[in-house]
Design a protein around this ligand. Structure first.
Ligand code: HEM
Length: 226
């Protein structure tokens, strides 16, 4: 615990130092951009971001990129290993990898719930939502809406392509979604290249999805390589 607190403080002070440096001498980077940004919220005069807000953004990018892609790699690989026919198709035609990734994101996004604070009273599809309410948004459940996807629980890389909610939507849609897609594709392609016979180890305990509602991933992937 002490190490974690010390590391937290170290990151905080490194980032605060960077903000001070960029304030003195702006560069072509995110912190300089945020220093130059004006925050406009309803009912409050526009103002620049505080140093703490800039540091929070910088940390968000590090954390959001650090815990997501590798879990989604596991989720996608797990789906392919448990659907050997589709795995063979992807191995034979790597252009199907994008569909395999997208279908993994749809069926089991690693970050299936996100939250919003409602700033003003709003009517939403016949529901009155009061200002100050906290909303828990189920992106994962939306991705299995049977009104949008046929047989939504199935992993099927040949579905007609439709936008899903794995990366959110609107203003706060995932900043790193294209990085994440490249990371997942690069990782799985490299594994399939190195281990063409990659398969689940039938003697090992069966993997399962875990991680609650926020950081979902596979319990483990015991595999045979040769
Ligand atoms: C499979 C991997 C990933 C998934 C499923 C994912 C999912 C999401 C979702 C659902 C949001 C929207 C949050 C909201 O609306 O409150 C989000 C936001 C964000 N993601 Fe990702 N993400 C992934 C990878 C990454 C990576 C690799 C990065 C950075 C390199 C990243 C950076 C961010 C940032 C900075 C935001 C906040 C954007 C904003 O608030 O404007 N994400 N992500």
């Amino acid at each position: 615990m002490e190490t974690r607190i010390a590391n937290f403080q170290l990151v905080e002070s490194l980032l605060l130092g960077l903000v001070a440096e960029r304030r003195r001498q702006p560069q072509d980077d995110l912190i300089s951009y945020l220093l130059d940004t004006t925050l406009s919220l309803p009912g409050v005069p526009p103002r620049p971001l505080t140093d703490e807000e800039i540091v929070t953004h910088a940390k968000l990018i590090m954390v959001a990129g650090g815990g997501t892609s590798w879990r989604q790699i596991g989720i996608t690989l797990f789906a392919l290993l448990t659907h050997p026919e589709q795995l063979e198709q992807v191995k034979a035609d790597r252009s199907l990898m994008d569909a395999a990734i997208e279908e993994g994101l749809r069926r089991d996004p690693t970050a299936p719930y996100h939250y919003r604070l409602v700033l003003e009273d709003v009517d939403f599809y016949g529901h009155r939502i009061k200002a100050g309410s906290a909303l828990e948004l189920g992106l994962g459940p939306a991705n299995r809406d049977p009104a949008r996807w046929t047989n939504p629980d199935a992993y099927d890389i040949h579905r007609p392509p439709l936008t899903n909610m794995a990366f959110g939507l609107g203003t706060h849609r995932c900043l790193g979604m294209n990085v994440a897609r490249v990371e997942i594709g690069t990782g799985i392609n490299a594994l399939l290249d190195a281990f063409p016979k990659l398969r689940l180890d039938p003697a090992a305990p069966a993997p399962f999805l875990t991680g609650g509602l926020e950081q979902r991933g596979v319990s483990g992937l015991p595999v045979l390589l040769k």
